[in-house]
Design a protein around this ligand. Sequence first.
Ligand code: FES
Ligand code: FE2
Length: 356
Amino acid sequence: MAGFVKNSWYVAGWSKDFDETLTPLEITGQRLVVFRTSAGDIRALEDRCPHRLLPLSKGKRIGDTIQCGYHGMTFDSDGRCVRVPGQDNTPKSAYVERFPAYDRNGIVWIWMGDPDLADSSAIFDMPEFNDLNWHAHQGAALHIKANYLNVTENLVDPAHVSFVHPTTLGSAASEDVPVHVSTAGDVISAWRWIRDAAPVGFFQKFGGFSGHVDRWHYYHLHMPSTAVIDFGSIDVAQDCAEDDRDAGVRIFALHFVTPVREDYTIDHWMHLRNTSLGDAEASAQMDAMFKVAFAEDKAILEAVHDAEQHPQRRKPIRIAIDKAPNVYRKRIRDLIAEEATEDLGDPTHSSFINHD
Ligand code: FES
Ligand SMILES: [Fe+2]
């Protein structure tokens, strides 16, 4: 089993999807109950009563506390036990863990690792979220019966587009165009330009292009599992420089990949665009097109996952287009190893158990 990177912010869902209801979720194999306090703050607690382990999500809200549905132990929104029916004292170990959680840009993020390391300034962001020249539109959540590594790897892999998405995002014109790869900090990028080719289905529809275009595809993967796909097209006559992509019809397709369990992954997807601002009809049409494309990815990824469950008599091979996925896998292995070997007794480590 591959394991998970825990010290990271993962997407639990869109902000609009959470209210005071006790919502059960699972992220990196950890069951959570997520809800809003009466003040509207988002909370994520361990979904496990410390008594007989009934999920707290099966209990009930009493004000901002949760009463367990089995014997009524009650916990506040920080996870502290405030009542044990039948006794006056509350034992020290009667608590549930609280996971740091934030709303940002209409998205709920939860930190699954060491709470002392949670830094809200490290939550994924980009200026286009709050730029009037851009339109942000939340799509949906794709549920995939596959390991998250396969899902995320697919999002730093422009080469599959010609074959998996021939009617929407790709075409045969890009089959043999080489992919460039680079890294900067915690971002792995793979990109290519397809110059002077007929527009693909998406840009015939939304760019109004009829003649040839230059088309770009930049896949930026922010470790461990947020993908930003910058893709667009521009009239070939404009001879667009690589850094001048705002001059064309430009879309950022965002995928927030949340590992649920080893064999289950949720991809919350949305987009930011510099065209059809405020046009709800265009948003709906784009969603419809994305849904076609992502159903194609889901079918491939679930079939690959299924194939992986069978014994392999030979090692799978990797080819020239796999540079970015290879870098990604190595980085994930390193991050998981780093977390596993973290020396909690290191005197420079800031978290001590204080008993003063
Ligand atoms: S299982 Fe929760 S109070 Fe008994
Ligand atoms: Fe795809």
